[in-house]
Design a protein around this ligand. Structure first.
Ligand code: ADE
Ligand code: ZN
Ligand code: ZN
Length: 236
């Protein structure tokens, strides 16, 4: 996702933390919100010293395959990244500064895991090579899902998170079910459907935004609720 997507995910998660997780996070993040730190992993991309973390934002494997059966990248992927972050945070010997680093990375990666084009295929770099037009401007399928769709609402991340707050306890529980291995395959399946939703060079606008409104909101919702689940499990 772009900044807004990550912040929505962070804000939703913030509303579903246990008291214990809230206190642990407040201490580690020096009082900053999950929304505030959620974009850190993108901000450090500009610094070459952090280039090894770039492949950690996504995973590509053949459509129709499960993540566990796929050939893994030697540079790591979003799933190995999440596991590494969880291990470092749990390890009592991890220095505080490092624990904070991996926590901020984890908060970001759970968000990206729910952007369908981040559990994608390698041929077109997760849709980055599929050029389309968005309201007459050059874009690509990846960017449509990272940014264009969300921005088309013209709402702030707090407004968007507020819209997604009307969800029952039962629905929350349901959406928090599963593991990151289930969640990545779920995103990957959606990704396959999204490839079929466009033709190269297609002019996208209101109709596309309308068609995918519910799916976009569901992915943001799931990202937020599942981030809360991952953090509650880590700190509770
Ligand atoms: N580069 C290559 N594949 C990618 C993907 N799925 N998402 C983002 N960047 C990528
Ligand atoms: Zn992206
Ligand atoms: Zn990212």
């Amino acid at each position: 996702w772009s900044k807004t997507g990550h912040r929505v995910t962070g804000q939703i998660a913030q509303n579903h933390l246990t008291g214990k997780a809230k206190r642990a996070l407040n201490d580690l993040l020096d009082g900053h919100s999950l929304a505030f730190v959620s974009t850190y992993a993108d901000d450090i991309k500009a610094d070459r010293a952090y280039s090894k973390y770039s492949p950690w934002h996504y995973v590509n494997y053949p459509l129709g395959m499960h993540y566990v059966d796929s050939e893994k990248s030697e540079y790591g992927d979003i799933i190995t990244a999440i596991e590494e972050c969880k291990t470092k945070i749990k390890d009592k010997n991890t220095p505080r500064e490092e624990r904070v680093f991996y926590l901020k990375m984890l908060i970001h990666f759970i968000g990206d895991l729910h952007q369908p084009m981040h559990a994608s295929r390698a041929e077109d770099k997760g849709g980055n090579d599929i050029q389309v037009q968005w309201f007459g401007q050059g874009s690509n399928l990846h960017k449509v899902w990272d940014q264009n769709l969300i921005e088309s609402y013209g709402m702030t991340y707090t407004e968007l998170a507020h819209e997604l707050n009307k969800v029952s306890k039962k629905e929350v529980k349901k959406m928090q079910e599963g593991t990151i291995y289930d969640w990545v395959d779920e995103s990957h399946t959606i990704c396959g459907e999204l490839y079929d939703s466009v033709k190269v060079g297609e002019k996208l606008g209101y109709q596309y935004a309308y068609n995918y409104n519910d799916l976009l909101f569901e992915q943001l919702q799931k990202g937020g609720l599942r981030l809360a689940k991952v953090l509650n499990d880590l700190f509770d």
